[in-house]
Design a protein around this ligand. Sequence first.
Ligand code: PMM
Length: 295
Amino acid sequence: MTDLVRAPGPVVMGVLNVTPDSFSDGGRYADLDAAVGHGVRLREDGADLVDIGGESTRPGADRVDAATEAERVLPVIRELSAAGVPVSIDTSRARVAEAALDAGAVVVNDVSGGLADPDMARVVRDAGCPWVLMHWRGHSRQMRDLASYTDVVTDVRAELGQRVDAALAAGVAADRIVVDPGLGFAKTAAHNWELSARLPELLHLGYPLLFGASRKSYLGRLLAAADGTPRPTAQREAATVATSVLAVAAGAWGVRVHDVRATADALAVWTATGRPRLTPVRPDGTPVDREEAIR
Ligand code: PMM
C-alpha cells in the first residue's frame, strides 16, 4: 500500500459514508454490518481503497463532534482492515485520523487539505501514510458563500500549492501527497465544469490528482428534467462514469466514486484501449501547448 501514490493507476476509491445525512448514501450504511458488507462489496467491485467518512460534508450540513465521528467510523475501519480491505479515512480532524490509522486505515483523505486542524500534518508525517489534500475554503455551513474566484483553475491551483508547501514544511514526504480540486466544495456548477475542462493545468502542481465528481449536484443539474428538477442522485451514474473516464484520460491519478463497478468497468475499457490521453484544445480545436496551459 505504501506504493499506492506511485501506482500507475488509475486508482479507484470507493465511497462509504457512515453518516445519517450524506447527500448520496446518507443513512444507508449507519449499521455496522451493512457498512462492512458494503465495504467488502466495493472492494470486490474493484476499489483500490474504501474511503470511510463519519461526517457529512454536504453543503449546509452541521458538524458532528469528534467523538461521534470516531464512534461511527472506527468499528467499520477495524472490521474492513481485518478483512484485508485497504481503507482511507475521510476526516479533517487529526484525532479521528490518528485513531483511524491505529484501527488499520492506510490513507488520510482530508477534505480541508490540512487547514481545519493544525495537528493533521504531524499525524500524517508520523504515520508516513499518503495524504489527500483537497481544495477547501471552509466548513459545510459557510462553503456556499466562499465560491468566489478570479479564475477558478489558477486560484485552486495556487491554494492547493500552498497546502502542499505547508505539508512539506511540516515534514510530510513529497511522495505521500495527493491533491484534489474538491469539486462542489465552495464551487458553483460552472466552477466544477471549468476545473474538469482544464484539469491538465492542475497537474502542473506535480502531484497525483484525485477527482471526486461522483453523483454531485452539478451532474444532477446538467441532467435536470424539462421542468428544472435535478436528476436524483441514484440516477447520475452514467454521468459519473463519464467524468471518471475523462478525468483519468486528462491525467488524473484516481477517482472517488460511489458505484465502483461501473467506473472500474469503464476504466478497464480505457486501459484496454491503450490508455488514450486527452490533449487540451482551444475552442477552434487546435492543441494548447504546455506553456499556454500553465498561464
Ligand atoms: N467529496 C466528498 C467527500 N469527501 N474527498 C475527496 N478527496 N474529494 C471529494 O471530492 C470528496 C471527498 C463529498 O461527497 P460524498 O458525500 O459522496 O462523500
